[in-house]
Ligand binder design. Structure first.
Ligand code: NAI
Length: 337
């Protein structure tokens, strides 16, 4: 099958080519982001492969339909950027990668938490300037502290294991508690109690209607003074403007984010010679206690391999009319709304 691969970076191309060695699909790699305008580049392809910041709203999907595209193969887990209802109406099947190395994202979340707690970025900057003083670098022992996990699916469960390994008390909230987490000694509590009681909180729930701005001004106000918050889930789970106010007041002690509400026009691009015209994002970057990575939680060899193999398998199954696991097909009701 011919597949137009949008938003391609070298690491995507390498992984997809390796995964496609046997299947032999015709992959047309494009660095353009998918949107209503670039959708027409897919003319002649039965399928497109898209990533987290490709636009899959009704207009883009309609343009894909005009280009005769029948399959959108997402090379990601999150499907919050897809208008699944529009895809269903247009007869376009949307598949995703329901799970891949959850360690990749959990370990990245832990890296953010550790780096913030021990002020590693500031410390490394000082040492590079030959300033070997320690003032302002005091952190806390994570051992014995309470850390809250919002969403204990695949990634949240991995995170629970990592935190238990550090000797933390782990509290969690999830409408569907995990038996594996309970077996590790994780205690499930309502979100408000988790926010009240934790020294650090890490977000691992999907972005759906109910979780948009789940962590808003009211939620932030419930947190202990100085709480460290980490978000590797989706940007809009956190109300960024409210987080900025909480950072200014000291309620948030530090913020680590791998995702940002308006990341689509910023992440995966090089602005080092230009201007980022997003004042909210610029304010975030100005805080010494904010650490931002540009949606790289998935970026390990293992995760890239898993994602590429699952994506190629999805295309092959679609082409052959074979069934795929239920969690792979994005259902019509999946739209964030
Ligand atoms: P999953 O589907 O295995 O787990 C999500 C969990 O969140 C489920 O247990 C679900 O019951 C829970 N949940 C749903 N609504 C909730 C709520 N209101 N409060 C608390 N929990 C709630 O998903 P997985 O694989 O663990 O991924 C989680 C999220 O991580 C994805 O949806 C995606 O947005 C994000 N992600 C980020 C990546 C990155 O590179 N930064 C890479 C992969 C995923």
């Amino acid at each position: 099958m011919r597949v137009t691969v949008y938003s391609t970076r070298r690491y995507d191309q390498r992984a997809l080519e390796a995964a496609n060695a046997v299947a032999g699909h015709q992959l047309d790699f494009r660095d353009e982001t998918l949107d209503e305008r670039t959708a027409l580049l897919a003319r002649g392809s039965g399928a497109v492969c898209a990533f987290v910041n490709d636009r899959l709203d009704a207009a883009s999907l309609a343009a894909l339909r005009v280009a005769d595209v029948r399959l959108v193969a997402l090379r990601c887990t999150g499907r919050d950027h897809v208008d699944a209802g529009a895809a269903a109406r247009l007869g376009i099947t949307v598949m995703r990668v329901p799970g891949y190395s959850p360690h990749a994202v959990a370990e990245h979340a832990m890296a953010l938490l550790l780096a913030l707690n021990r002020r590693l970025v500031r410390a490394a900057g000082r040492v590079r300037r030959q300033d070997f003083t320690l003032e302002g670098l005091v952190g806390m022992d994570l051992h014995g502290k309470s850390v809250g996990i919002v969403g204990t699916g695949r990634i949240g469960t991995c995170m629970a294991g990592i935190l238990r390994g550090f000797g933390c008390h782990v509290l969690a909230t999830d409408p569907v508690p995990s038996a594996a987490c309970k077996a590790m000694g994780v205690r499930y509590v309502p979100l408000v109690e988790l926010l009240d009681r934790c020294d650090a909180v890490t977000l691992h729930c999907p972005l759906v209607h109910d979780t948009r701005h789940l962590i808003d001004a009211a939620a932030l106000a419930r947190m202990r003074n100085g709480t460290i918050l980490v978000n590797t889930a989706r940007g809009a789970v956190l109300d960024t403007r409210a987080a900025i106010e909480a950072l200014k007041s000291g309620r948030l002690g530090a913020l680590g984010i791998d995702v940002y509400e308006a990341e689509a026009s910023i992440f995966f691009r090089d602005f080092s010679d230009g201007i980022v015209a997003d004042d909210v994002f610029a304010r975030l970057l100005a805080f010494p206690n904010v650490l931002v990575t540009a949606h790289q939680g998935f970026l390990t060899h293992e995760a890239l391999r898993d994602i590429a193999e699952a994506t190629i398998r999805n295309v092959t199954c679609f082409e052959r009319g074979e069934s795929v696991p239920e969690t792979t097909v994005v259902p019509e009701l999946a739209s964030v709304g």
